[in-house]
Structures are given as C-alpha cells and as structure tokens.
Write a protein that binds this ligand. Structure first.
Ligand code: 4AD
Ligand code: MG
Length: 464
C-alpha cells in the first residue's frame, strides 16, 4: 500500500522518528560531496525546510542531476534524528521520484538573496521564497482571525456588491464597469454616453467601500461586517496604496463613536495578538531578516491603551512640533502620512485615535457635531503605517443627512435607498473600515504594500 504523504509542517514530530515517511515538495537548495548530498525540501506548509539525506551508494549522479533548486520531488525514506546542526530531524532517502525539473539556466529563483523589488517582477513565483511564504501564511491567519473575532462577538458576515452605482466615499476615483463598445459608444440626444444601453441600464463602477450596504445590514441584523475587495482608481503610487485592496467593514446599530473606538482598538489588538500566537516562526523569520524591531513593536501596541484626541488637538501638537514637514499643517488640512506618523512615532510613541475632523475633508455620511464645523470621524493611526482604520458615527438624522447630500451635489438617484435607513426606524449607528493590507504591513514589518498582497494592482501594473 502506498505510504500516505505527511506535510512537512507535521514531520518534525518527535513521535515520527524511526518511521517511514512520504514527503513531497520543492527543492530549495542542494549541497554535499561525492558521498552524500543534502536537499532542503519545502512544501509551503511551514517556513522550515526538511533535510533529505541522499547516500550516493544508493543513487547515481545521473539520477540526481535533475534535482536542482525549484524541482519538485516525492521522497520516501526513514525519518531519523539529525546528526547535523540546524535541524532536528531529517529523512534518509530510499526512493526519489522527480515530478518536475526546473532548468537552472531558466528558473528565476535559482539564486538566493533577490531583492523584494526583483521579486515583485516575478510575482507569479515569489510565493515560493521564504519571505513570501511567511507573509502569505500570516495573511491567511489574519483573515481567519478576523472572521473568528466577529463571529465570536455575534456579528454577521455580510457580502456587499462589488459592482455599484454609488460612490460611497465621494472621491470620484472609481473604475467604471461597462459592456458598451468603447470604440462605438451609444449617444443621447445631448451627445453624452447613453448608459441606458449599458448592461445594468445605468452607469456602474467597482465599489470603493461596502459601507452603505453594510448600514442596511446593520439596521436589520444589528451588527455586521464585510470582508472583501475594494477598488480605488486614485493615481497614488505610494508604498501604502493599492488600486485593489481588501477591507473589513464592521457596522453596528446602537453604537456611538466611543463604542466604535473601543471596538476598533479591541479588534486590532486581537489581530496582532493572534498573529503573535499563531505565526510565531514566520514572524521571527521576518524579524530576523528584515526588521529586528518588529516583534517589540507588535508587543508594544498590545501593552497600552491607544491615545484618543481630537483632530483640533492633533493640529495644535503638529503646529508646535520642532519638525519641518513637507506639507504645512493648519486647521482644515487633510493630514499626510508624515503628520500621522509624527503623532504616533515621535510625540505619543503609541497608536493614536484621532476624532472630530473638519467636515469638509470627510465623507457625507458622518454624524455632524454641534459646532457645525466638525464630524464624528475617527481614524486609527499606527506606527510605520499612518492611517490603518477610518470610520465614524453615522449621521442618523434624515434632514441633516439630506441637506449634506444636497450641499455636496450628490445625485439623489444614487442615494434614495440609503436614505431609507433614516426614514424607517433610524438608529444611532457607527462603523469603520480596516485596510487589510495595511494591517498585514504592520504585522509583517514589510515596507511596501505591494509585498503583502499576492498579486498587487497599482498604476501600470496588472501583469499577473
Ligand atoms: O478611510 P477609508 O476611505 O474609509 C472608508 O472607506 C469607509 N467607508 C470605512 C467605513 O467607515 N466603513 O478607508 C478605510 C481604510 C483606510 O483606513 C486604509 O487602511 C484602507 O482602508 N485604504 C487603503 N488601503 C490600501 N490601498 C488604498 N488605496 C486604500 N485606501 C484606503
Ligand atoms: Mg480614510
């Protein structure tokens, strides 16, 4: 009977020592001499490679020649305590089947130590490296942690549409979705594109946020969260922006802004703690290879409560700072990442929740404060990242919301269904959005958001 395959993550079990095992994976490296060869095998289940020991009395050079970096193997043999340094157990190969070769002249990952930039140009293969293996295992565990967090709290996972006719954030940076023939567009009498002929009978785009539909869910199910891709056609080529990114958006009926802040802080601490507990080896690897302050930073955000202050107070601190900013600060400006990071990294030295922003720089749906100038917004600012969460208490009053929609010139044809939440059984409610990749940036210590999503979409980049 064929021996059942053991994943490499499971093979390091001392109870298996002395047993015959079957392992499968890709060759990370091969070295040795004319008596014995050592192959480091990895199957993606763990950062750790399994050492395969090949006795040259049992195999010919001819048989071993195709075993080069990147080749895929099926190995059977005895699992033994390792004699060498660097691993606890190893497999003494009895049979080796080569599934596929990887020509050393052609295989892009033949050599070690490629730059992250080079690997971005090989995104179709980079998951086979230690670094990207670690990052994408962490990404998985964080996704799972997020579902667990909300499920355990009684939130319901709500799927909101990716194709939409409304611009939630009102920034106008949406990707259009159409089946019209772009080289022969149907026209109205006024000479404009006739979207009534388009697939949905109207102009549609990819969503920038699931929030508006999330509010419909929250005012029915009480507390929901979304977790899906969102799209923004902002042409910002920064290490923190993607054109396609994943966002988690909880939305809760009967939550005011303080409840919202409490939830955001608990949520993000839960995620960081979960990663420390479930991704220890991968985080240690990244700490060792890229940023030896990573683990300390992760522990430090868990330790203390986040600082909470208003935008107005934040601006005062920034104006008094001895630092010269590239973008000048004054009340009313949108904060740049340099300002956010100054508050977090230099002034307070811990995460900050900034609230009550000027209404002119925030979205239409936020609850208006009595002062007539600010809204009940909250942004969570993190070290190395800047804004990681954006959210608010929502304007629950129909008349105030309606007048804000009119003031901003948002077309009612896009909004009537949203306004029904305020017409029928309106309630105080709040929510926020966490940028999933920004969370992964923080947890992995990576510096570029293109390195924490398998296939990044950025301006001029949609190759793989
Ligand atoms: O602050 P934003 O634009 O808020 C919203 O979309 C709200 N509708 C959320 C809500 O209240 N339900 O985006 C939320 C978060 C940001 O804090 C940031 O972490 C991330 O999404 N984000 C991006 N991440 C990667 N690339 C981009 N282009 C991003 N834009 C926003
Ligand atoms: Mg924001």
């Amino acid at each position: 009977m064929a021996l059942k395959r053991t994943k490499i993550v499971d093979v390091f079990d001392p109870a298996l020592v002395g047993q015959q095992v079957c392992v499968k994976g890709w060759v990370r490296s091969r070295r040795g001499n004319k008596f014995v060869q050592f192959v480091a095998l990895n199957d993606g289940s763990t950062i750790n490679n399994l050492q395969i020991v090949i006795d040259l009395e049992k195999f010919t050079e001819e048989e071993l020649r195709p075993i080069t970096t990147g080749a895929s193997l099926h190995v059977e043999g005895q699992l033994v305590q390792s004699q060498g340094k660097g691993q606890t157990v190893e497999v003494q190969a009895q049979t080796i089947e080569i599934y596929g070769t990887a020509d050393p002249e052609e295989y892009p990952l033949q050599k070690k130590g490629h730059t992250l930039e080079f690997l971005r140009s090989k995104a179709h293969l980079r998951m086979r490296t230690n670094t990207f293996g670690a990052i994408f295992r962490i990404r998985h565990h964080l996704a799972f942690a997020i579902h667990k967090f909300f499920n355990d709290k009684g939130f319901f996972y709500l799927n909101t549409p990716l194709i939409t006719a409304s611009d939630c954030e009102g920034a106008g940076d949406m990707f259009q979705v159409t089946t019209l023939d772009l080289s022969d567009l149907p026209k109205t009498e006024e000479g404009k594109t006739d979207y009534s002929k388009d697939f949905f009978g109207k102009s549609t785009s990819l969503t920038v946020s699931g929030q508006l539909e999330g509010e419909l869910g929250a005012t029915a199910l009480g507390a929901i969260y979304t977790f899906g891709p969102t799209f923004r056609a902002e042409n910002s080529n920064t290490p923190r922006h993607l054109a396609e990114f994943w966002m988690i958006e909880p939305e809760m009926a009967f939550y005011d802004i303080t409840d919202n802040m409490d939830l955001a802080e608990e949520f993000i601490k839960y995620c960081v703690n979960y990663a420390l507990e479930h991704c220890q080896e991968d985080i240690e690897f990244l700490n060792k290879m890229y940023d030896n302050t990573l683990i300390d930073r992760l522990h430090s955000v868990l330790k203390e409560p986040f600082v909470r202050l208003t935008y107005t107070e934040g601006i005062e601190i920034l104006k008094q700072a001895k630092k010269k900013f590239e973008f000048p600060v004054d009340w009313g400006v949108d904060l740049q990442s340099e300002h956010e990071r100054y508050l977090v990294e230099e002034h307070f030295k811990r995460p900050v929740i900034l609230t009550d922003y000027p209404r002119e720089i925030k979205a239409f749906y936020m609850k208006q404060n009595e002062d007539g100038k600010t809204v009940r917004a909250m942004d969570v600012l993190f070290p190395m990242i800047g804004e990681i969460i954006g959210g608010s208490e929502r304007e629950a009053d129909y008349d105030k919301l309606m007048s804000e929609i009119e003031r901003r010139g948002i077309p009612m044809k896009d909004m009537w269904w949203y306004l029904d939440t305020r017409r029928f059984g309106t309630v105080p409610h709040s929510g926020f959005g966490l940028g999933f990749e920004r969370l992964i940036l923080f947890v992995t210590g990576m510096a570029n958001i293109r390195d924490v999503i398998p296939f990044p979409r950025t301006p001029n980049n949609a190759e793989f």
